[in-house]
Design a protein around this ligand. Structure first.
Ligand code: CDP
Ligand code: MG
Length: 140
């Protein structure tokens, strides 16, 4: 399989606890290269666009409130099979279900405040990267 890129977020619960470096170390140790990264503070409306697929879910408002509550670190990760590999390194959405050694098992506070986001498919990875990064930021 060729090199692939995926989109990742270090969420507010993790930036609040100064866990960006620790999470990045787990991503890198797992075989992913951080090829673009920036720390930003998004609005609730911007979070709503990003999570539009969940707009009808009961947790949507709380999720958008949380994602706009503090800075996040948005990233583009590159590696062989990067989308699936990142999901494995992250662990299950609910930390109670996540495997030992995963980011969410190690650091997540709850189902909602679960420390990281990762794209789930090639189409969403491309869309999510394009939502947060301009072409010039993605060279190299
Ligand atoms: O992030 P992931 O792709 O693993 O899960 P998702 O099903 O796409 O949900 C997106 C995010 O919504 C999760 O990471 C949680 O932060 C939040 N969520 C929640 O608060 N309550 C749920 N029952 C499901 C998801
Ligand atoms: Mg998802």
């Amino acid at each position: 399989m060729a090199l692939e890129r995926t989109f990742s977020i270090v969420k507010p619960d993790a930036t609040n606890r100064n866990l960006t470096g620790a999470i990045n170390a787990m991503l890198e140790a797992g075989g992913l290269r951080i090829v673009a990264q920036k720390r930003i503070h998004i609005t609730k409306a911007q979070a709503g666009v990003f999570y539009a697929v969940h707009a009808e879910r009961p947790f949507f408002d709380e999720l958008c409130e949380f994602m706009s509550s503090a800075p996040i670190v948005v990233q583009v990760l590159e590696g062989e099979n990067a989308i699936l590999l990142n999901r494995e390194i992250m662990g299950a959405t609910n930390p109670a279900d996540a495997d030992e050694g995963t980011i969410r098992k190690t650091y997540a506070l709850s189902l909602g405040e679960n420390s990281v986001h990762g794209s789930d498919a090639p189409e969403t990875a491309a869309e999510e990267i394009a939502y947060f990064f301009a072409g010039l930021e993605l060279v190299g």
